[in-house]
Write a protein that binds this ligand. Structure first.
Ligand code: PHE
Length: 363
């Protein structure tokens, strides 16, 4: 009878050397299968004496079990190796950043709207909204601009085709219709600002067909022009962060305010740059005045009890001034280089404590 120990270590060595599952399987069939060396030894047991059987039987069984266990172990190891190879080849590197290098930025107009809202809400105003597609009544009639009034021509209005009811809607030419919508709801006092898009058929370096305004309306008892002046000066001081911003009130005319004024900010236009607080040029930034009695009557408020002021300010204009942007048309040209230069980081959210960082722009 062959030396069982030698046989076991020889087959064991072959099992360990099997490089893959297929090699291991043919090894198992050759050694442990029906015609394998271990089975042949088992068969020899039949020719042995009772004493020899007693001695070799258990040893052979042990050998067979050991080798089967060794094959099973090797099989598991090889399967694990194969799996690891497969996983490695299919792996996805999740450590790669999902955010591209081309981060979007906040448009200066959005930044200005946020900063303006921040300043006025601090002063006790709330933010109101109105539709951009507006009715004649809110945009004109209720604001004391009746049909055939010359002020309608001044607005270069974009009209929609007449509807079935004979009326035609329009793109609001200013944010003032939000005054009417506000006063037709609830009771005074009102203290609102209404930022948003406005439209006029006009285009040059300081006019675009679509532009942005913010309306302000304050209605209460005993409101006078001093309140209006204070609110505008306070705003300008905070927004431009320049101690002595030059502000000029010019008498003007709006059908919905009496008296009315236009407000200019002192600036200079030099070498294609616009600078605030320098030079002798002026840029008009808003119209304002005391709300006309007729407008109050149109919304059923008694002018003997309630008064107020209103203003409409060009948001694009004040963005140009604050960040030295010379041409308004560039705001809406969707030029990525321009947006990269003048845009703001997404997390540069304005607050009264962080606005000085916003002033520096995004870079
Ligand atoms: N709506 C006016 C304009 O667009 C501005 C304005 C608003 C004037 C409120 C006075 C009061 O020109």
């Amino acid at each position: 009878m062959q030396d069982l120990q030698t046989l076991e270590s020889e087959i064991n060595a072959n099992i360990t050397a099997a490089a893959d599952i297929d090699a291991l399987e043919s090894l198992r069939i050759n050694e442990l299968g029906k015609k394998g060396r271990v089975s042949l030894l088992m068969r020899e047991l039949g020719t042995m004496s009772a004493d020899e059987k007693k001695e070799f039987g258990p040893k052979l069984n042990q050998l067979k079990n050991n080798l089967n266990d060794a094959v099973q172990l090797r099989k598991e190891t090889l399967e694990q190796v194969a799996l690891n190879i497969k996983l490695a080849s299919e792996s996805v590197d999740i450590s790669l950043t999902a955010v591209s290098q081309e981060l979007g930025s906040i448009h200066p107009i959005t930044q200005v709207m946020d900063e303006v809202s921040e300043i006025f809400t601090e002063m006790g105003f709330s933010v109101a909204e109105g539709p951009e597609i507006e009715e004649d009544f809110y945009n004109f009639t209720a604001l004391n601009i009746p049909e055939e009034h010359p002020a309608r021509q001044m607005h270069d209005t974009f009209y929609f085709p007449k509807g079935e009811d004979g009326t035609r809607k329009l793109l609001r030419t200013h944010t003032s219709p939000v005054q009417i919508r506000t006063m037709m709801q609830g009771e005074p006092p009102y203290r609102i600002i209404a930022p948003g898009r406005t439209y006029r058929n006009d285009s040059d370096a300081t006019h675009t067909p679509m532009f942005h305004q913010v309306e302000a309306l304050v209605i209460d008892k005993d409101i006078h022009m001093g309140h209006l002046k204070w609110a505008i000066e306070e705003f300008a001081r905070k927004f431009f962060e320049i101690e002595n911003v030059k502000i000029r009130f010019r008498p003007s005319y709006f059908p919905f305010t009496e008296p009315s004024a236009e407000v200019d900010i002192g600036c200079s236009f030099k070498n294609g740059e616009i600078r605030i607080g320098e030079g002798d040029d002026w840029l008009e930034i808003m119209g304002c005045g005391m709300v006309n009695d007729r407008v109050l009557e149109n919304v059923d408020l008694d002018p003997k009890i309630y008064q107020g002021f209103a203003f409409g300010m060009g948001l694009d204009r004040i963005a140009m001034l604050k960040w030295g942007i010379p041409d308004l048309r560039d705001f809406f040209a969707a030029d990525l280089r321009w947006l990269k230069h003048y845009g703001f980081q997404a997390l540069d959210i304005p607050s009264l404590s962080t606005r000085s960082s916003a002033l520096k722009g995004s870079k």
